[in-house]
Design a protein around this ligand. Structure first.
Ligand SMILES: C[S@@+](CC[C@H](N)C(=O)[O-])C[C@H]1O[C@@H](n2cnc3c(N)ncnc32)[C@H](O)[C@@H]1O
Length: 242
């Protein structure tokens, strides 16, 4: 199952999506953290740290942060592990990883969620922050997560979901579609940063709804599959490897 239909005007077909997404994040990498801080009012780190704790991350675990980007979720994991346990990150975009390496001394690898460069049953905890929309195929991605997690291993996926109520949808469009891309351009002076944030909303708007994501996680062999939302848009999917 694809996470969203082809976005008109961005790439011609599914085959072109991977290269387009890599270009978007290559150009946006130097600006990503700043936009995140200002655009989300400084709440991002608190939100991610609380989410990994609630999903069952504990000191002593071996964790993998998929689509780690500049290391926003990785940093939260490092703090929760507090020197006991291990974490590494994986992401296909070199320039996002280059930003992560500036502040985090953990291993970072180049790779895609759909084909993780790790052995079977290797991790106790696997996270993915705000990147599920970018994978080529949800079933293949969740099968990979199931493969690299140990039995009883915990899964956490953070995502922004299209709001269900009319009012929340109008407000979200006003902020994420009409305001945030321009704000990103103003604070960075970068057209590429604006494009990154325009594409951000386009994919949220087009993404399959939470029940479809929950079903795909369950079909991959996970149990205790749960979905919670905050403010109607910030989704957390959690599950345990059977
Ligand atoms: C919006 S950033 C999220 C970064 C970080 N996880 C966070 O919480 O802010 C999306 C990241 O997904 C990565 N990405 C895109 N396609 C991917 C794929 N197929 N597999 C894994 N990561 C992917 C991009 O390179 C980018 O770094």
């Amino acid at each position: 199952m694809i996470p969203h239909k082809t976005i008109p005007g961005r790439y011609a077909d599914e085959a072109g999506k991977r290269e387009f997404v890599r270009e978007v994040f290559t150009a946006g990498a130097p600006h990503y953290d700043r936009i995140g801080r200002i655009g989300f009012f400084g709440t991002g780190h608190f939100h991610r740290k609380r989410a990994v704790e609630k999903a069952g991350l504990k000191p002593g675990m071996n964790a993998l942060d998929v689509a780690c980007g500049t290391g926003a979720v990785t940093r939260a994991i490092v703090e929760v592990l507090a020197g006991k346990g291990q974490v590494c990150g994986v992401d296909p975009t070199e320039s996002m990883l280059a930003e992560a390496r500036k502040t985090l001394a953990v291993p970072f690898h180049v790779g895609y969620a759909e084909a993780l460069p790790f052995p079977n049953r290797n991790f106790d905890f696997l996270s993915m922050g705000y990147a599920l929309r970018h994978v080529a195929d949800l079933d293949r991605t969740f099968a990979e997560y199931h493969r690299v997690l140990r039995p009883e291993g915990r899964l956490l996926i953070l995502e922004i979901s299209r709001p269900r109520t009319r009012t929340a949808l109008v407000l979200s469009r006003l902020y994420f579609r009409d305001l945030l891309p321009t704000l990103s351009w103003l604070i960075t002076g970068s057209r590429e940063a604006r494009q990154m944030m325009t594409y951000y909303w386009e994919t949220i708007d087009a993404c399959v709804p939470p029940p479809a994501i929950l079903a795909a996680i369950g079909n991959a062999g996970f149990r205790d599959v749960r979905h919670t939302t905050e403010l109607g848009i910030f989704s957390a999917y959690t599950a345990r490897r059977a």
